[in-house]
Design a binder for this molecule. Structure first.
Ligand SMILES: Nc1ncnc2c1ncn2[C@@H]1O[C@H](COP(=O)(O)OP(=O)(O)OP(=O)(O)O)[C@@H](O)[C@H]1O
Ligand SMILES: [Mg+2]
Length: 350
């Protein structure tokens, strides 16, 4: 069976939808000038869920708000679809922004309006007829599971329900893109997972491209296809979530990965064991095969699992193991070659 670490490209048509070219944004002038983001280049493909992760103050919100020009970049161009937004007049921009929905950490709902009226608001701005608005709001209430709460006010809702209203409102004008600024950061873990599932559903069923920012690796692992790591206003690492997760290169990325991975560094085992220490990464259905048993069964080699994770990233199973192989070197070399033939990434810790 062929195992491909870069699972994404190659089997799905890749069309760029959002292109940020050399974007910089500074606030203030003179001594109080802050360079929030510097020379960001980013392409987000149609249909992707793209995550941007970074610590507080890294420039995530600034970057996200540059996509719909809620924040106008100091330099660089923003293109969504075939339209260069940075070139448009205010009126043209208002029109184009309907293709870009946005949700926020603190929901930003109208407190004096009911759920129904909150969702209807962007449709009224777009001057839709009363009957169209009624029909569309009913559809959206159903999509986010709030049919029973249509006439309530935001203060009568839980955090998760408020974010569902935010999502329904953002989708009202059938956007191509949904921007999410820390959409789950104010929610408990269970509600976070329910909202992440809803976002994944929206992406899969409606084909909406999602750009989200977060400081939680869990959010990235659960639903994103690609990820960029941002630090000090610059992108320090970018790629498919599986690649970045299994082989983080930058210290900040390792820091985020350790939020959800076993933070024990296997190199600490070097010198403490008599056998040969091997780290293995594998991805895909092979995760559920009796790989190690099959690899050693016709040899005299024995093995011990010293550390391991078998889990899933979005829909892809993966495993990461540290194994000690005991036996004669020639046989161990053959076992390792056999595992590599299966498509596993096998590296010896020395
Ligand atoms: N309106 C503003 N005026 C001046 N400085 C700002 C403004 N907005 C952001 N900044 C500064 O720009 C930098 C990036 O801020 P930004 O809000 O983009 O970070 P962030 O990654 O979203 O952080 P958080 O995770 O805390 O939301 C910070 O140093 C911040 O203080
Ligand atoms: Mg922010």
């Amino acid at each position: 069976m062929q195992v491909v670490l870069s699972t994404y490209e190659g089997w799905q048509e890749v069309l760029p939808l959002i292109e940020l070219l050399d974007i910089s944004k500074s606030y203030g002038t003179g001594k109080s000038k802050v360079d929030a983001i510097t020379n960001i280049n980013l392409t987000i493909n149609k249909g992707d869920i793209f995550g941007i992760i970074g610590h507080s103050g890294a420039g995530k919100s600034t970057l996200l708000r540059c996509v719909n020009l809620l924040e106008r970049p100091t330099a660089g161009t923003v293109t969504v679809g075939d339209v260069e937004l940075t070139k448009l007049s205010t009126t043209q921009l208002q029109q184009e922004r309907r293709r870009i929905g946005m949700i926020f950490q603190h929901f930003n709902l109208l407190s004096m309006a009911t759920v129904r009226d909150n969702i209807a608001f962007p449709l009224e701005l777009a001057k839709q007829s009363k009957s169209t608005i009624k029909r569309r709001v009913d559809e959206l209430l159903k999509l986010v599971g709030l049919e029973q709460h249509a006439d309530k006010y935001p203060a009568q809702l839980s955090g998760g329900q408020k974010q569902r209203v935010g999502i329904a409102r953002a989708l009202a004008n059938n956007p191509d893109v949904l921007l999410c600024d820390e959409a789950t950061s104010a929610l408990d873990p269970q509600t976070t997972n329910a909202i992440l599932s809803l976002l994944l559903d929206i992406n899969e069923k409606l084909g909406i491209t999602i750009l989200l920012i977060t400081h939680e690796m869990h959010v990235i692992r659960s639903i994103c296809d690609r990820v960029a790591v941002i630090d000090g206003g610059e992108i320090v690492e970018m790629g498919n979530v599986l690649d970045v997760f299994l082989k983080p290169k930058h210290a900040i990325t390792m820091d985020f990965v350790s939020q959800i991975a076993d933070s024990f560094d296997p190199r600490e085992l070097i010198g403490t064991r008599s056998g040969r220490l091997v780290k293995m990464n594998y991805v895909g259905e092979v995760t559920y095969e009796p790989l190690l048993f099959n690899a050693v069964k016709s040899t005299t080699v024995e093995f011990t699992i010293l550390q391991g994770t078998v889990s899933r990233m979005k829909n892809t199973p993966y495993g990461q193991l540290v194994i000690e192989f005991i036996g004669n070197d020639r046989e161990i070399d053959e076992v390792l070659a056999g595992l590599r033939d299966k498509g596993l990434e096998v590296g010896e810790l020395k």
